[in-house]
Design a protein around this ligand. Structure first.
Ligand code: GUN
Length: 284
């Protein structure tokens, strides 16, 4: 079998188009502010791409670039200002932050209703208890890809490789909410290959280049590769050994061109949803 390719570029383009159409009908421009501290080059690329995509769908988007020496108190003051600004619907503080700043303190300081990343503990708790809230962008993008691929989720055995707050844990919650039978596996799991082979849907999010080999994949599985790893020779690869996995899977998302474009599209979707929820008249 050679797997069908799940084309994240195409799915993301469709989602961005639907977002642009919704924005055009609003009568105002949703406001997004991306805060970047320091000059990590990879973060620079991500932040520019987010800003560009936001402007393309008609958002009022701006990046706030702060020096690497910014203190936690200074960053918290910027977040407080954005929380209070009625023109701002979505706030994203790009991670990683410099070592003098505690990420969990900053994440908890973002107003939950403007938490475009879905990282605030209130939104994480809402997701874990099945309530509506803002959901982390990468796992949300994976759910869009699974829907586009035609995967049948209710009752499916889903295995999530990785347990980060950004991807693995919220991913497992979303699959559970979609009625999958969910297993989270990680670096301390005994016999990882055997656990992964049980998966009808496998989501790999460990950040280790080509760790998932072909013989970890069940025949006919759907494989979503969240990893983006740069090899010494400059090539970008996922967490899954693509050619080996594609020989056994029924459908697979490539790297690049799979989950990556979905993350930004879902950031826009979160910001639009936040804008509509925040600006809607209450109690009527
Ligand atoms: N750094 C890498 N991925 C992300 C993300 O999804 N959100 C934020 N804020 N920072 C990141």
């Amino acid at each position: 079998m050679t797997a069908r390719i799940i084309d994240g570029k195409a799915v993301a383009a469709g989602l961005r188009q639907r977002i642009a159409a919704r924005v055009a009908g609003l009568g105002y421009r949703p406001g997004l502010r991306v805060v970047r501290v320091g000059d990590d080059p990879a973060s620079g690329v991500y932040v520019r791409n987010k800003d560009k995509a936001a402007k393309e769908v008609g958002f009022d988007s701006a990046t706030i670039a702060l020096p690497a020496e910014t203190t936690e108190a200074e960053l918290l003051a910027v977040v407080a200002q954005l929380n209070a600004d009625p023109a701002v619907d979505g706030i994203l503080v790009q991670l990683p932050l410099p070592p003098q700043i505690r990420a969990e303190v900053v994440i908890s300081a973002v107003a939950p209703e403007k938490d475009a990343d879905g990282f605030h503990p209130l939104n994480a708790g809402r997701l874990a208890s099945g309530q509506a809230g803002l959901v982390p962008c990468t796992p949300k993008g994976v759910m869009h890809l699974l829907a586009a691929s035609g995967a049948v989720l209710p009752g499916a055995r889903a295995v999530v490789l990785g347990r980060s707050n950004i991807v693995g844990r919220p991913m497992a919650q979303l699959l559970l909410a979609a009625d999958c039978t969910v297993t989270i596996v990680h670096s301390r799991t005994r016999d990882l290959p055997a656990e992964c082979r049980r998966a009808e849907i496998l989501v790999a999010a460990v950040g280790r280049a080509e760790m998932v080999r072909g013989d970890w994949i069940a025949e006919g599985a759907t494989v979503i590769d969240v990893g983006i790893n740069r090899l010494a020779d400059g090539r970008l690869v996922g967490d899954v050994a693509y050619a080996e996995a594609a020989a056994r899977a029924e459908a697979i998302s490539p790297v690049p061109g799979g989950v990556g474009p979905m993350t930004i599209a879902c950031l826009l979707e979160n910001t639009l949803d936040a804008a509509i929820a925040r600006r809607a008249p209450r109690g009527g």
